[in-house]
Design a protein around this ligand. Structure first.
Ligand code: NI
Length: 172
């Protein structure tokens, strides 16, 4: 396994629409392992392949990390089959949008299908943090960041903050 650098917004590669994985093979499983290592090293709870510059529909997640225990989840080619009319609000952050936390409203519950690490088709019924996180990560596969859900004003403040932080980092 290898840790990979995480892209930080603004970056055109984060706007890419990711391709379906044609076959879950050893190469994809290596990508999954690298993504999990990258996510855990960055103290994240979810990561999409797009965030390490790989435009494929692969998501990893672990929303149960506690006391060093891990429950890694892998979603390949995830697709939403159903979403509730009821909405829920979560404060979201993103490894590609550092130091910004904002409330985002999304369907409270979803049903999704995906391929697991072995390429088997699975479905998941999710609510709470899992539903929120899955929708956030699936947005990444379509080039959408959580700040794209904010009001125009909040979004432009966030973008200015990101651009400033990036500039400081480059000149540091
Ligand atoms: Ni994210």
């Amino acid at each position: 396994m290898a840790k990979r650098p995480i892209l930080v917004a603004p970056d055109p590669r984060l706007k890419a629409v990711a391709q379906d994985v044609a076959k879950v093979d050893g190469e994809i499983r290596r990508l999954v392992d690298d993504m999990l290592e990258t996510m855990y090293a960055a103290d994240g709870i979810g990561l999409a392949a797009v965030q390490i510059g790989v435009a494929q529909r692969v998501v990893v997640m672990d929303i149960d990390q506690k006391d060093g225990k891990r429950n890694p989840r892998v979603f390949i080619n995830p697709a939403i089959l159903w979403a509730s009319d009821e909405l829920a609000t979560f404060e979201e952050g993103c490894l590609s949008v550092p130091d910004i936390w904002e409330e985002v409203e999304r369907p409270a519950a979803i049903r999704a299908e995906y391929l697991d690490r072995d390429g088997r088709k699975q479905t998941v019924e999710a609510d709470g943090l899992l539903a929120d996180c899955l929708q956030h990560e699936m947005d990444h596969l379509n080039g959408v960041l959580f700040i794209d859900h904010l009001s125009r004003l909040k979004r432009s403040i966030a973008l200015r903050k990101l651009a400033k932080a990036k500039k400081q980092k480059e000149t540091a």
